[in-house]
Structure formats: C-alpha cells, structure tokens
Design a binder for this molecule. Sequence first.
Ligand code: ATP
Length: 353
Amino acid sequence: MNKPFRIAVLPGDGIGNDVTSAAVEVLRAVESRLGGERYETREFSVGAEEYLRSGDPLPEATFKEIEAYDAILLGAMGLPGVRWPDGVEMTPQLDLRERLDLYCGLRPVYLYHENDSPLRNKAAGSIDLLLIRESTEGLFFTRKQKLQPGAGYAEDTLRITEHGAERVIRSGFRAAQSRRKKLTLVDKANVLPSMAYFRSVFDRIAPEYPDIETERVYVDAAALFLLRRPESFDVLVTENMFGDILSDLAAGLVGGMGIAPSADIGDKYAVFQPAHGSAPDIAGKGIANPAATILSAAMMLEWRGDADSRKGAEAIHRAVRQVFSDPKARTPDMGGKLTTREMTDLIIGALSL
Ligand code: ATP
C-alpha cells in the first residue's frame, strides 16, 4: 500500500465547514471501501474568521505547515463585512494560488440531468467541458496595488508572460489529449496586445500536438457560443479574469455553483475547492450543496494518480452521476429539498468500488 496521502483541510468560512466535512466523509467512505488507512487529514484555520481571531487570515506559521502537506482541500473563504482596514476583501485562497504557484485552474462542467440546465433540450452528458483558467497572472496581476488617492484614474495590468502562457496552454493540450481531443483558445487578440501575445504562444505550441483539433475564439464570442453550442466544447484555455467569468457562466449551464468543482494545480502543490464562495446567506442552515466539494475531492484523488486513488475518484464520479440521475435528489440551490446531510448520505450510499 502507498504511504498515507496527507491532506490539509481548510474549511474556511460560511458553508465551507459543512461542505468540507461532507467531502472528508466521502473520502473516509472511499478509504474504508478500499481498505486500510490512506487519507490523513488535518484541519487548519484560514479565512475571515481566522482574521477576526488572530489579525491574519493566513498566518505565516499555518502557511508553512500547510506547505508540507501533499494536497489542500479548501471550503470557502470570506465573510461580508470582514475586510482589510482599507475596505478590500481578504482573499487568502487567491494568496495561496499565487504563493504556491498554482497556475492551472481546472473548472470541469458536466450536465447530470436535463432539468438542471436553463437551456432547452440538453441531454445529460451533452455538456461536458473543462475550462482551464490561468491563475497566477493575467488581469489579476496587479490586484494588490493601491489606488492613488486623487489621481483621477485607476488601472489594472493584464500581464501575460511567455512562461505563464506556455505552461497553462500545454496543460490545456495535455488535458485535451486525455479527453475528446479538442482545445479552444479564448482570448481578445483582436484588441489587446497581451492577448495577441497569448495567442502567438498558443500558435507556436499547437503544432507539437497534431492529434488535437484547435479553435480560437474571442472571449465575447465564447460567452455566446457557450450558450448556443456548449456541446461543441471540450477543453478551453484562457487568462485569469476571462476564466473567472466564463467558469461561472459555464457552471450556470449545468445547475450553478453548488455543482461546480475546481482544482488549482501547480508543478508541486495543488488546492481543491468548490467554485462557490462562503454563501453567508445560507450558512448554518444545513442546506449547502456539498456536491461541488465532493467532486473537488474526486479531482484530488485523480491528481494523486495512483491506481487506487483513481479508482476512488471514478467511484465518486459514478456515485454523483447515479444520485443526480434522479432529478428530485437536489438541494435547494438546484430546486430540491435535500439537506447537506441527506445529499452526502445519498452519495456515500451510492459509492461502489
Ligand atoms: P465569492 O465572491 O466568494 O465567489 P459570492 O458571494 O459571489 O462569493 P457565493 O458565496 O458562491 O457567491 O454565493 C452565491 C449564491 O449562491 C448565494 O445565494 C449562495 O447561497 C449560493 N450558493 C453558493 N454555493 C452554494 C452551495 N454549495 N449550496 C447552496 N447554495 C450555494
């Protein structure tokens, strides 16, 4: 048996605690079905609540401890009204992405049942795409700069480096190779020089992957095409901000944020978390949809990559597919009545390895 997989669990704020404990329960169920102790988990306090406690949402000592783990499972961070003294929202989850150099943001989007899509006539499985968001530069690059009081303007820099573009674009090609072999570049190369540069890196790399069909679309057209022909997409790769926006749009096509998992991957570290935030409006009510976090935990097992973990990941995907094939099995965010507890139990009950 492999040595235990050490997972730092960062529940964070709001519904973060409910959804990470659901995901850890699913991991425990996978572990017991596989036999033997495999997943060592330890919780760390990071986020707005931690800021209220210690004055730092991501204390340095905690960061150092987390760094020593194999992977990070994160809930959600941030609370309304808890801000830095200058009014800026605290985003330790973005700090983690930058400090751990997690450049590849994977946002898979899958339609489990036709009732979940606001689009007409979309069969289960017809929307099945992977949006890859560059997560260390792009239009988030200068997000920490301070406004110049009285300057009469504010600006952000969209930075694309050759290194940053190349590594995320290669991730896109590799992901396409393991899926339906199509990669769509989303940019704004007709207007922004940074995006023309992004496209030039894509064009230079593309011939190295002759098995992959490529497509290049401007971000505005991508928004339209995601609504008009979502089934035509396999893997999409784009810069940070475009990816931020389009991943919410794409999640909306299949039932919303409660079902949208994500992974932020670097060469050494990786963080797995739901695409949603801390949902303070439903925190403490026991009705948060745990599916996104459970699916993120499956991505974590897939990323670990050994045969048993891959088996565990597939089992979670099958279980979620089975549960969601019944359109009544939904939490309130997706029009149903199930609690977090009931949804978690259904998924665990459907796990077969
Ligand atoms: P952030 O800026 O951190 O992404 P946000 O305020 O934009 O956060 P969310 O916290 O994701 O957004 O919440 C948006 C809406 O979606 C809220 O009404 C929330 O209740 C709902 N929501 C988000 N995640 C879930 C979930 N897992 N289960 C149920 N409802 C959810």
